[in-house]
Write a protein that binds this ligand. Structure first.
Ligand code: SF4
Length: 330
């Protein structure tokens, strides 16, 4: 056997533009021991070649809790009894101030997030969000604004684009064919996929990713990576499940660091040009391994806390980022 595992040697073809197929993806996901580090190293090289930019963003929880949907991982579902904050859509002022805070602190992208199934019609609440977006864009016309408002219709996607939303986040979460079993029964994966397509069609860059640790298999992770490739997701946020007390997944054990590393690296090899961001679970679940995961093909991360869980201080993240630059352009 050469220095590299034969599957990794084959996967080096990605650097020359040869796409990874599902068979090779399966071989890579079955790697054990030291070759996993070689896989991470290849993913890092692929990122540096095809997607070298740094991508740090922050989100604002603009409407929280009392969601009618039953996503098993989510602390905001009304099917779960959790301590997650509950409040209606915040004021235009609050959204503006949060955006101002992000942009003045040099965060490249600020994203407005609301709980609930979404906006398939132009409701007064949706209009209020558009008006907050107008105010932010008037003051910061050149800055990136994102939104994560749940499912959309072609019309609401078009309006978000018209008002200046550059990125729309809507995750597939898992292997689409197991969405009902692993995530939710109150809506379908079809609604999610359609929303990503509406955003793309409206000219908004789709940001769609998933969660590692929902009870999915290695094959499910492969299917997710290929589904995102098919959807042409340009930004892929990857979360590691943070089990929340009161949700059906509260006792779910964290995924093994090695399996998570393989999932991150595979996502990069299957989507060489995408921006991959490490979102929830970076500090709380992956702890000592977060740096290693950041060197397995990720472009950046979400900073400043998550929807209902705290992240670490921005200063710690800045230092972390500085240290990571030693390994290449991050
Ligand atoms: S993930 Fe979104 S749709 Fe699902 S329960 Fe949470 S807030 Fe509702």
């Amino acid at each position: 056997m050469g220095i590299l595992h034969p599957a990794i040697e084959k996967a080096y073809g990605v650097l020359d533009g040869a796409p990874v197929d599902k068979e090779l993806a399966g071989e890579l996901m079955r790697l054990e021991g030291a070759p996993i580090i070689d896989l991470a190293s290849l993913a890092h090289k692929v990122r540096l070649k095809f997607s070298p930019s740094r991508h740090i963003c922050t989100i604002m929880n603009a409407k929280s809790g009392r969601c009618s949907q039953d996503c098993g991982y989510c602390s905001q579902s009304s099917f779960s009894e959790t301590q997650a904050p509950v409040f209606p859509l915040v004021s235009e002022d609050e959204i503006f101030r949060a955006a101002e805070n992000a942009y003045e602190n040099d965060i490249a992208c600020f994203c407005i997030v609301t709980s609930g199934l979404g906006y398939t019609e132009v409701t007064p609440e949706f209009e209020k969000i558009l008006s907050a977006i107008d105010r932010v864009k008037f003051r910061y016309p050149a800055r990136n604004l994102g939104a994560s408002l749940g499912v959309l219709s072609p019309e609401t996607a078009r309006l978000l684009a018209l008002h200046g939303v550059a990125f729309y986040n809507h995750n597939l979460q898992v292997n689409p064919s197991r969405y009902r079993e692993l995530v939710a029964s109150t809506h379908s994966i079809g609604d999610r996929i359609a929303t990503v397509r509406y955003a793309n069609d409206a000219g908004i860059t789709a940001c769609a990713g998933g969660i590692i640790g929902l009870g999915e298999t290695a094959d499910d992770r492969i299917e997710l990576a290929f589904a995102l490739r098919e959807l042409k997701a340009k930004i892929i946020p990857l979360n590691v499940l943070v089990p929340v007390k009161g949700t059906p997944l509260e006792h779910t054990p964290p995924p093994a660091a090695a399996d998570t590393l393989k999932a991150f690296a595979l996502m990069r090899l299957v989507n060489p040009r995408a921006v991959i961001k490490f979102a929830a679970g970076r500090e709380t679940v992956m702890k000592d391994f977060q740096g290693l995961l950041m060197l397995a093909g990720a472009n950046g991360f979400l900073t400043g806390g998550y929807l209902t869980t705290r992240g670490r201080d921005a200063e710690d993240d800045e230092n972390f980022l500085r240290e990571l630059t030693v390994f290449g352009n991050l």
